[in-house]
Design a protein around this ligand. Structure first.
Ligand SMILES: C[S@@+](CC[C@H](N)C(=O)[O-])C[C@H]1O[C@@H](n2cnc3c(N)ncnc32)[C@H](O)[C@@H]1O
Length: 260
């Protein structure tokens, strides 16, 4: 298998920020959130649909529509981005929140036979997809290394059963994330009426995207008692060959650790 090429600094995030913040056509992305009369409809709809069950329903429909397998993109670059996923020896557990169809789970399971992956998603449809992906992978004894479960993280906290009582004293919680970052091209493509909160947008199918800045991620994790190890924007330029368009993707790369 060809080794994944990994790029993280194709352009400077500060240059992108200056470009976006000085372009009047993007100004609505920067404003404090005030529903417009048009978006009030979406927000009203949104509020009536804002229960966790409705969020899961939207994601369920999304996974149903994208069940062909073409949508699956194995994220092998994650092993380059988080080399400890390959290097961890013995007794390591990974919890993936929002595992989708398994794009992230599969390279982790392939990359390190010592890791046990617990993968959750709020969508039962996604869980069916991830099980199909892993079943088809031919990874030896994968049933001992892969435990999918249904869970909506917006209503549930970290599952304490992940660390059994005897292990808890030596249990180090490390959180690694690759989140969509502020001014990612998918954020700039959202029209004004798709805003449902500050930096949060809703697609026409009811699924939502939030775009993180470094301060928000830092505040969340440091506020929860984690120590920051790494936190930066990854800025990746990719080209859509079919359309001949260059795309500027922004991700937040973060690593935090909870002291034992
Ligand atoms: C953008 S997809 C990412 C999927 C996968 N991690 C990947 O990298 O391809 C987001 C996933 O999170 C799930 N999700 C959204 N909100 C969730 C929640 N509150 N709790 C658990 N999963 C959630 C969705 O069903 C979806 O599969």
């Amino acid at each position: 298998m060809r080794k994944a090429e990994y790029f993280s600094k194709d352009f400077e995030w500060e240059d992108l920020r200056a470009q976006v913040e000085n372009d009047p056509s993007f100004s609505y992305h920067l404003l404090p959130f005030e529903p417009t009369s048009f978006s009030l409809n979406s927000v009203a709809t949104d509020q009536s649909r804002s229960s966790a069950a409705d969020g899961s329903h939207a994601w369920n429909s999304f996974h149903h529509r994208h069940s062909s397998g073409k949508f699956f993109k194995e994220r092998r670059y994650l092993l380059e981005e988080f080399p400890e996923l390959v290097n961890w020896k013995g007794n390591s557990k990974v919890l993936e929140v929002g595992c989708g169809n398994g794009s992230t789970v599969l390279p982790i399971l392939r990359g390190n036979e010592n890791i046990v992956v617990y993968a959750c998603d709020c969508s039962t449809e996604a869980l069916d997809r991830v099980k199909e992906t892993i079943d088809a992978s031919n990874i030896a004894a994968v049933e001992h290394h892969f435990h999918p479960f249904c869970c909506d993280f917006s209503v549930t906290t970290f599952p304490t059963w992940l660390a059994c009582n005897p292990c808890r004293e030596n249990f180090t919680q490390t959180s690694q994330q690759r989140l969509t970052g502020l001014y990612d091209m998918t954020m700039l493509r959202f029209e004004e009426d798709k805003r449902v909160q500050f930096r949060e947008y809703m697609r026409s199918d009811g699924t939502r995207s939030y775009f993180f800045c470094l301060d928000t991620v830092r505040d969340l994790f440091v506020g929860a008692g984690f120590k920051q190890l790494e936190l930066e924007y990854c800025c990746v330029k990719s080209v859509n060959r079919r359309k001949g368009k260059s795309m500027q993707r922004v991700w937040v790369h973060g690593k935090f650790q909870k002291p034992v």
